[in-house]
Design a protein around this ligand. Structure first.
Ligand SMILES: C[S@@+](CC[C@H](N)C(=O)[O-])C[C@H]1O[C@@H](n2cnc3c(N)ncnc32)[C@H](O)[C@@H]1O
Length: 242
């Protein structure tokens, strides 16, 4: 059991190495993730590694986590905001039953089309409805329609961090009670605990305040239970309870 100091700060040095040691992370990948990674996901991961923006892709351990999670909750109707080349989308498509559905949105169709042949070859394209363009207006339209309220089992958000709270205001209506929203990158490169004068890359600094605001808002939202996990760049799972 974890021990806490008088001020409630975590005192176990060993625990920290999970996030701070590259060797330990590599161990997880090589021992538990890569040997069990389905062939299409491996192929897409290797294609994506050659992309100049490869840093944006969901990591293989997070893909494995999403896959397990979706199966555990028997997800069928899902949504993804932020597709890039489709690694998390493919993980989702593989985890859903044959009649499962994913509404996938991204402002960039070209990157989605890089991964699409792998998805098609795996026989999973029929589960995906891809919409090119900003996600917010689509969500607004769905809320106005009325027929999508409380209809999603799982929603994965991995796009414009400055809109996460705007997404949350809408997604909380679209996810079903008992369903999950997963917000990705909630530890934002570790910058959430960086001192104000830390030398952060410009985009990390820009989005940091939005991530901090989101984390506070999620922790205070009585409509959800939350669990923030140090998987990938941090993922916060929100289970709608009302
Ligand atoms: C971090 S990447 C997504 C990674 C993806 N989940 C994966 O597994 O590779 C973020 C994506 O969000 C998209 N994006 C940015 N702003 C958006 C918006 N307003 N609506 C929808 N997608 C957006 C970008 O084009 C980019 O492909």
């Amino acid at each position: 059991m974890a021990s806490n100091g008088e001020n409630g700060r975590h005192q176990e040095v060993g625990h920290k190495s999970l996030l701070q040691s590259d060797a330990l992370y590599q161990y997880i990948l090589e021992t538990s993730v890569y040997p069990r990674e389905p062939e299409p996901m491996k192929e897409l991961r290797e294609i994506t590694a050659k992309h100049p923006w490869n840093i944006m892709t969901t990591s293989a351990d997070e893909g494995q986590f999403l896959s397990m999670l979706l199966k555990l909750i028997n997800a069928k109707n899902t949504m993804e905001i932020g597709v890039f080349t489709g690694y998390s989308l493919l993980a989702t498509a593989m985890a859903l039953p044959d009649d499962g559905k994913i509404l996938a949105m991204d402002i960039n169709r070209d990157n989605y089309e890089i991964g699409l042949p792998v998805i098609e070859k795996a026989g999973l394209a029929h589960k995906i409805e891809f919409k090119e363009g900003p996600a917010l207006p689509v969500l607004d339209q769905m809320i106005e329609d009325g027929k999508y309220h409380g209809s999603y089992d799982f929603i994965f958000v991995d796009a414009d961090k400055d809109n996460y709270l705007n997404y949350h205001r809408r997604l909380i209506e679209l996810v079903k009670v008992g369903g999950l929203i997963g917000y990705d990158n909630t530890l934002w490169n570790g910058s959430v605990v960086a001192p104000p004068d830390a030398p952060l890359r410009k985009y990390v600094r820009y989005y940091r305040d939005f991530v901090l605001e989101l984390n506070k808002a999620l922790a205070a939202d009585p409509r959800i239970e939350i669990c923030q996990l140090p998987v990938g760049d941090g993922i916060t799972l929100c289970r709608r309870i009302s």
